[in-house]
Design a protein around this ligand. Structure first.
Ligand SMILES: Cc1cc2nc3c(=O)[nH]c(=O)nc-3n(C[C@H](O)[C@H](O)[C@H](O)COP(=O)(O)OP(=O)(O)OC[C@H]3O[C@@H](n4cnc5c(N)ncnc54)[C@H](O)[C@@H]3O)c2cc1C
Length: 374
């Protein structure tokens, strides 16, 4: 891992992202300059090879950087890594043309990108997607709608999964590189009481979007399997990001508990108050151990299906359980946007959906464990 890079990321997270994030929980959106600063640190090209303009770090560095960034704001970290992931994908052999066209904008923070599987009608059941890709006279023609996509409201580029054969046939799903400013694409924002601005959550309609043959980045028969592989890395860094949020909340609560007095003594001198804090510390240590194992397996290129699913379940559950309890330790003060608690609580709920909802992952862990035991 590159410690000097991680130190720079920690400085940026604390000094630039955390202060700006205060306003994101009440509706403001990140300034473009913040993406450009992230770009100049190399956050948009962490694993992109140096020969292609990136930093060339390994997966462990990506996970550690995202953990630190999520401690400041999960949504912003997710937005950056989703752009990063498309930049990395463009470095694959055969995509030289697309890399030449889009990499400079992606790596400099001028363009955001997204990966679009989910639709209004289907999320967990990915094989049931209804967006279609059909051969036309001038190439592929895409029709459909994608929803709940990170960066979906402002991304310039997407990898879109679409059905090239009969609906419901998982082996018929292909992936296409789509310019989201092209004719036939209409982007929209999705807002909710959980602020979605730093995630850039949105969706888009695709109406007769015509693409050349080379826009297909994963052919039917390979796309479904490929996404299941890639998702292990995503589950693992989401686990690390949840760990980062719990750590940030612990730090804030510990600092407050040392200074705030109640009934004549600091909060941290009250046994029940301190026990809650220690319970969160213990749960985080356990979650971190599972995350570390998954990071190692993904970094080595091993089959990380089980470790990644277990890490994500453990870290999401730790965050969903302990962030509200840590907020409780703060009293009303914890509700102020200057503190990360409410943003992180919302983000932990979102983490429970993205890259495999918790229930689905629990079933997967049960199946994989049973298979290992037979
Ligand atoms: C803020 C945000 C950002 C997102 N970003 C992206 C993105 O960038 N790209 C993208 O493609 N998608 C994205 N998603 C979508 C996310 O991947 C889906 O929310 C997820 O796949 C779950 O699908 P769903 O929400 O349609 O829930 P559903 O599939 O409708 O499921 C509803 C509930 O039922 C449970 N459930 C469903 N089927 C089963 C089953 N067989 N067994 C047990 N339980 C089951 C689920 O666990 C869930 O709790 C994002 C979602 C959110 C909220």
């Amino acid at each position: 891992m590159s410690q000097s890079f991680l130190d720079q990321v920690a400085h940026y997270a604390r000094g630039r992202v955390a202060p700006e994030a205060t306003a994101w929980s009440i509706g403001a959106a990140p300034e473009p300059a913040l993406y450009q600063e992230a770009a100049s640190l190399g956050l948009l090209g962490m694993e992109v090879p140096e020969a292609q303009g990136g930093r060339g770090f390994g997966f462990a560095t990506r996970a550690a950087a995202l953990e630190v960034l999520a401690g400041a704001d999960f949504g912003f970290a997710m937005s950056l890594v989703n752009t990063h992931n498309i930049a990395l994908r463009l470095c694959a052999p055969g995509l030289e043309g697309a890399a030449e066209r889009y990499l400079p904008a992606l790596l400099s923070g001028r363009m955001q990108a997204c990966t679009a599987l989910t639709e209004p009608g289907t999320g967990s059941d990915f094989a049931a997607i209804g967006t279609t890709a059909r051969r036309g006279a001038e190439g592929w023609v895409l029709n459909g709608e994608k929803a709940w996509i990170i960066n979906g409201r402002h991304a310039g580029l997407a990898v879109v999964y679409a059905q090239c054969a009969e609906l419901g046939d998982s082996s018929g799903i292909g992936a296409f590189l789509v310019d989201l400013t092209a004719p036939g694409v209409t982007r929209y924002a999705i807002d909710s009481a959980f602020a979605q601005t730093s995630l850039g959550t949105g969706g888009f309609h695709l109406s007769g979007v015509t693409l050349p043959d080379e826009a297909m980045v994963a052919a039917p028969g390979t796309a479904f399997k490929a996404i299941l592989q890639e998702i292990n890395a995503a589950r693992t860094y989401v686990a690390a990001m949840c760990d980062g949020m719990v750590q940030a909340a612990l730090d804030s609560a510990a600092a407050y508990g040392a200074e705030r007095c109640s009934f004549g003594k600091p909060l941290n001198a009250i046994a029940r108050w301190q026990a809650e804090l220690e319970a969160a510390q213990a749960a985080l240590a356990q979650a971190r151990a599972a995350t570390r194992q998954a990071v190692e397996q993904v970094a080595e290129g091993a089959d990380a299906q089980l470790a990644a699913a277990e890490a994500k379940i453990g870290s999401v559950t730790c965050a969903q359980t302990h962030l509200p309890r840590l907020l409780q330790l703060m009293g009303a003060e914890g509700l102020r946007p200057e503190h990360p608690f409410t943003r992180h609580i919302a983000a932990a709920q979102i983490a429970g959906f993205t890259d495999g909802a918790t229930n689905i992952l629990k079933d997967r862990v049960a199946r994989l464990t049973a298979r290992k035991e037979t």
